[in-house]
Ligand binder design. Structure first.
Ligand code: HEM
Length: 523
């Protein structure tokens, strides 16, 4: 119980605030309250989904733990796939089965297509002017259609194929360099931090596609990795004032609001300079390919019928490309390589497929070569199932009262869909805890939002618009690194004892970076 309370304070970013003695008093007080509330807990209202007992004031916050997708799955095993919790005074519906997810994201999609308000989103996402946090309505619809039609359509994604191939080549060269260091000395510097490499590559691809160039090595270089990292961490934090309004002041005192303001300002400063740079160059002709900022500036000038994209909206859209795209896409690469290193049989099966299809070419494998690589695609799907990058998706909120499976779900209920838990449902998958890409061969199970047992990108109106963009990066990188190198864990370690501890936050990656040693396959 005490451990849960400590974890809750950590999640809320207020653990440093309480001195040990006062913390002990608070803890004793809450434990007594818990005993009282458990003793008096009854199923108060049969038409509401089942709930675990809650504490006064904080509700079920203390049961979230540092890895909420795990704690919520454990709770749902006791209380059912539709479970009602309370975070402070906010009702929270936790969805943990494919059938229940279908009800939310298909049958009643409109009623659950809104996003919750949060001080963090408000400050970081230009007062909900981006797509991901915008309330469901006309503004969101217009922004999403700009994005889907002009930035992330299959045609657009294909048109940036050269960027992906060049950045992949660049990474392969860096790995080759490390191999030559390895052959000339046994220095530990030849151990590669793959996590860092994947993150750099993903950020560089997004920077080039969205902003026209990479910003590594400049002031902006810091932006693309460090500020985004700060952003993602903040998105995984909960502001206590959103749930217990009278404790709003705590986030001022502990510096959370100051931190949010600082990160938001840094990012805005960077985006402002990028947009201005593009405006100043508007008259420069024959730019080889337009980037997202160019396209959005064009849309701004042309002004779509009845909708004007202002400067804030433009920056918010670019922000989404970084926030939505960078950590999620790199996380898939990190987990896929982790699992391949832990499972030599799967690694060599994938290498056989890739090497068998393209032969011993020394050039980069291009996107045209990837078409028939079914095992590669199955490896990516299995990674998304077992290590869902955003395990609880992006929260939704109900806009009206809805009845699901005879349960009453009230308007303004926060909805968390445990896609990670659904992907491990033994009713849906054989050996759900095992990494077995074969389960995705010879069937049509896909992540496009039609198969509710596999929803790493969400489903319905709010589905991720960046699926093709992300998968294109993950496929080309994975195919090339397994084709050009054989891989081992540092010091010849076996994969069995590998530390799979997860990081905390909205996107879950490895807590400790993935290090590996590459041995060139073709010499
Ligand atoms: C493996 C990579 C990715 C994963 C796992 C992922 C996952 C998700 C999820 C779970 C959602 C919420 C869906 C829902 O509520 O049903 C989402 C929304 C979104 N994603 Fe992604 N995403 C990825 C890559 C990308 C990329 C590359 C971009 C853009 C370049 C992007 C942009 C967005 C945007 C703008 C939204 C908000 C959509 C809305 O609210 O209507 N994502 N993503």
């Amino acid at each position: 119980m005490l451990r849960h309370l400590l974890q809750m304070l950590q999640l809320l970013g207020i653990s440093d605030l309480l001195q040990p003695v006062s913390f002990a008093l608070v803890a004793i007080f809450l434990i007594l309250l818990y005993k009282w509330s458990s003793a008096s807990a009854t199923t108060a209202n049969n038409s509401l989904p089942p709930s675990p007992p809650k504490l006064p004031i904080i509700g079920n916050f203390h049961q979230l733990g540092l890895h909420p997708h795990r704690s919520l799955l454990a709770l749902s095993k006791r209380h059912g796939p539709l479970m009602l919790l309370h975070f402070g005074s906010v009702p929270v519906l936790v969805v943990s089965s494919a059938e229940a997810a279908r009800e939310i994201m298909k049958t009643h999609d409109i009623a659950f297509s809104d996003r919750p308000k949060s001080t963090i989103y408000e400050k970081l996402a230009y007062n909900y002017k981006d797509i991901a946090t915008a309330p469901y309505g006309e503004y969101w619809r217009q922004m999403k259609s700009i994005c889907v039609l002009n930035l992330l359509s299959n045609k657009m994604v294909r048109s940036f194929c050269a960027v992906r191939e060049e950045e992949t080549q660049h990474m392969i060269n860096k790995i080759k360099d490390s191999c030559s260091i390895l052959s000339s000395s046994s220095s530990s510097s030849s151990v590669l931090n793959l996590s860092e490499m994947f993150l750099t590559l993903t950020n560089d691809v997004i920077c080039r596609v969205a902003l026209g160039r990479t910003y590594s090595g400049e002031e902006g270089g810091k932006m693309s990795k460090e500020i985004i990292k700060g952003f993602i961490e903040l998105l995984g934090t909960m502001d206590i004032g959103d749930y217990i309004p009278w404790l709003f002041w705590l986030s001022h005192v502990n510096g959370l609001h100051a931190k949010i303001d600082k990160v938001a300002k840094q990012f805005d400063h960077f985006l402002e300079s990028v947009v201005q740079e593009h405006i100043d160059q508007t008259h420069v002709e024959n730019k080889e390919q337009k980037d997202f900022v160019d396209i959005l500036l064009g849309i701004q000038e042309g002004s779509l019928a009845g909708f004007s994209l202002d400067r804030v909206g433009l920056k918010a859209l670019i922000l989404d490309m970084f926030l939505g795209g960078s950590h999620t896409t790199y996380t898939v690469l990190e987990w896929a390589m982790t699992e391949l290193l832990r499972h030599p049989r799967i690694m060599s099966k994938m290498q056989n497929e890739v090497r068998g299809m393209v032969g011993n070419i020394t050039d980069i494998i291009t996107e045209d070569d990837l078409v028939g690589m079914h095992y590669l695609k199955a490896v990516i799907k299995e990674t998304l199932r077992l290590h869902t990058p955003a395990p609880l998706l992006v929260p939704r909120v109900s806009t009206q009262d809805v009845k699901i499976n005879d349960y009453d779900i009230k308007a303004k209920t926060l909805v968390m869909i445990n896609a990670w838990g659904i992907g491990r449902d033994p009713e849906m998958y054989e050996n759900p805890e095992e990494y077995e890409p074969e389960r995705f061969l010879n069937n049509s199970l896909d992540y496009k939002g039609n198969d509710f047992q596999f929803i790493p990108f969400g489903a319905g109106r709010r589905i991720c618009p960046g699926i093709q963009f992300a998968i294109s990066i993950d496929e080309i990188v994975l195919a090339n690194i397994v084709h050009k190198f054989n891989w081992a864990l540092p010091g010849g370690a076996s994969g069995e004892g590998f530390d799979l501890t997860e990081s905390n936050g909205a996107t879950v990656n490895l807590k400790y970076p993935l290090n590996a040693v590459a041995l060139p396959y073709l010499g």
